[in-house]
Design a protein around this ligand. Structure first.
Ligand SMILES: [Zn+2]
Length: 234
């Protein structure tokens, strides 16, 4: 296992490597940042934002929390969004969840972890509001996967509903909000089809994304215990 001094050593090697490949990289970057994208993702250590979309330091503005939630009264998230949209003028806000999310699973199973249960209550609320989208024939794993997807649509919708994004659209500022989901098992991102770039189109976009989700084959992060072989392409 690495100890802390190993991390500092890693950092020295990383910085030297970057500078070798691109002399002056850090000096240039220290003068300004001009990212085109804001990433709102889960704090999960297995979903490192820059790495999975192949972007360098300076190219992605990032906010992460447990279960990639956008809560209307969360000043932390709202401040990141406001700065990204109004000061950095990013053109895309990407809410990226992931299958196998421990936060979403805890919300689904109502596993108590302490204070965080109050945060995850927002995810449980999504279940309450969408009871009909969870059928009796679905396994626990399938239901948790569906909740991961619905959570992305919900949080991306919350981004669209903020005064920050609404005001940007009213000003005519180019800004699009997207809902993506990442699969831990293959490292691939799936676009959930929610792409909102104008005021008043959220409901239609959300409806379309939901219908596509229901029509698609039910993805599964964890095979059910009864399935010996996991067949088909997901
Ligand atoms: Zn997660």
């Amino acid at each position: 296992m690495l100890n802390l001094s190993d991390l500092i050593d890693n950092n020295r090697r990383w910085a030297a490597g970057v500078e070798r490949r691109e002399p002056g990289f850090f000096d240039r970057l220290s003068r300004q940042q001009a990212p085109r994208y804001l990433w709102i993702g889960c704090a999960d250590s297995r979903v490192p934002a820059n790495e999975i979309v192949g972007l360098l330091p300076g190219e992605l503005f990032v906010h992460r929390n447990v279960a990639n939630l956008v809560v209307h009264s969360d000043l932390n998230c709202l401040s990141v969004l406001q700065y990204a949209v109004e000061v950095l003028r990013v053109e895309h806000v990407i809410v990226c969840g992931h299958y196998g999310c421990g936060g979403v699973e805890a919300a689904w199973k109502r596993t108590p972890f302490g204070l965080i249960d109050n945060w995850l209550r927002h995810v449980q609320d999504i279940v309450e509001r969408n009871r009909t989208l969870f059928t009796r024939t679905m396994t626990d794993a399938q239901s948790a996967d569906r909740l991961c997807e619905l959570n992305v649509l919900e949080q991306a919708s919350n981004v669209c509903r903020t005064t920050i994004v609404q005001d940007a659209w009213r000003r005519g500022q180019p800004l699009a909000v997207h809902g993506w989901i990442y699969r831990l098992r293959n490292g691939l991102i799936r676009d959930l089809g929610l792409n909102v770039s104008r005021e008043n189109t959220l409901d239609a976009e959300r409806e379309r994304a939901l219908r596509a989700l229901m029509a698609a084959e039910m993805p599964r992060e964890t095979p059910p215990a009864s399935a010996a072989i996991e067949g088909g392409k997901r």
